[in-house]
Design a protein around this ligand. Structure first.
Ligand code: LIP
Length: 263
C-alpha cells in the first residue's frame, strides 16, 4: 500500500504543474465555456483544460486509482483510492481576475462521500498567491516547509468565513444561518474558494468556516488540512435543497459554531 506521504508528493507535483497552466491561461485572458447549475455557476475553458492535465498526469502516475473531478466526472479504480479534484476552485474569482483561486487535489479511500470517506493526502495550491498547503494523514499540515495549526482561542470573537451558493433560492436560508453564527464572530469573510477557506482555517488565518452546498471536490483536500492542523470538521445532513453543511474550526470554536447553526 502506498503511503500517504507518497500520495501527497504526487499531488503536490501535479498541482504545481496544473497551477502554472491555470495562471498562464489567466494571463492570456479567460473565456467562459458554459454555465452549470445556475447562470452564475460558470466553467471556463481553463477549468476543463487544467482538469484534463491533472487527469492525464494521475492516470500516468497511478493508473489503477479512481478519479472524481468537478468538470469531467468520475471513473472507478481497483486500488480503493480515488483522486478527488477541483482544477480551479474559485472559478468566479479566476474569471474576475481575483487571485483567490486554487487547484485542489486529494486522495481518499472508502468511497467518495465526504460524510464517510477517509482522506489520505491533499494539496491546495494557489498559484496567484504563490502558496501550497499540503497534508498527509498522520503527518500534519504544512504551508510550504512550515507546519501549520488551527487557532485555539479567539479572545475578540472569531474571524469566520462562509459562502453563499449560486442558487438564489437558497440565499435567504444561508443568510439566516449566518445570522445565527454572528454572535460568535468578530467579523465575516467571503473568500470565494472553499479550498482556500479550509486552508486558511488550517493555517490560523481564519478561526472557522461553514458553508452549505459544497461538493466533494471543494472540500476533500482542505478538510484534511484542517484535521491535520488540529482542527475539527463536520459534514451534516442535507437541507431541503439537498445541500449538506460543512463546518470546520479549532476544537473549542467548532462545538460552539456547530451548535449555533444547527441546534
Ligand atoms: C466554488 C467554491 C465557492 C463556493 C461555491 C463553489 P468552484 O467552487 O469554492 O467558495 O461558495 O459554491 O463550490 O465552482 O469555483 O470550483
Amino acid at each position: 500500500m502506498t503511503s500517504p506521504l507518497e500520495l501527497q508528493h504526487i499531488a503536490v507535483e501535479i498541482a504545481t504543474e496544473a497551477g502554472e497552466l491555470a495562471r498562464r491561461r489567466r494571463g492570456e485572458g479567460v473565456s467562459i465555456a458554459a454555465s452549470k447549475s445556475t447562470i452564475a455557476d460558470i466553467v471556463t475553458e481553463a477549468d476543463r483544460e487544467v482538469e484534463a492535465l491533472i487527469r492525464e498526469r494521475l492516470a500516468a502516475a497511478r493508473p489503477d486509482d479512481g478519479f472524481l473531478g468537478e468538470e469531467s466526472g468520475d471513473a472507478a479504480g481497483t486500488t480503493g483510492i480515488t483522486w478527488v479534484v477541483d482544477p480551479i476552485d474559485g472559478t468566479v474569482n479566476y474569471a474576475f481576475g481575483m487571485p483567490s483561486y486554487a487547484v485542489s487535489i486529494a486522495a481518499v479511500v472508502d468511497g467518495t462521500d465526504p460524510g464517510t470517506w477517509r482522506a489520505l493526502a491533499g494539496v491546495v495550491h494557489a498559484p496567484a498567491l504563490g502558496e501550497t498547503f499540503r497534508a498527509a494523514a498522520g503527518e500534519g499540515a504544512w504551508l510550504g516547509e512550515q507546519r501549520i495549526r488551527v487557532n485555539t482561542d479567539a479572545p475578540a470573537g472569531a474571524l469566520i468565513a462562509t459562502g453563499l451558493g449560486y442558487d438564489s433560492r437558497t440565499h435567504a436560508g444561508d443568510l439566516a444561518t449566518l445570522t445565527r453564527a454572528m454572535p460568535l464572530a468578530r467579523d465575516i469573510r467571503r473568500i470565494g474558494a472553499a479550498s482556500l477557506d479550509l486552508a486558511f482555517v488550517a493555517a490560523g488565518r481564519l478561526d472557522g468556516y461553514f458553508e452549505r452546498g459544497l461538493q466533494p471536490w471543494d472540500i476533500a483536500a482542505g478538510r484534511l488540512l484542517v484535521d491535520e492542523a488540529g482542527g475539527r470538521s463536520g459534514w451534516f445532513e442535507p437541507d431541503a435543497f439537498g445541500r449538506s453543511l460543512a463546518v470546520v474550526a479549532g476544537p473549542e470554536l467548532y462545538e460552539r459554531l456547530r451548535s449555533a447553526i444547527l441546534d
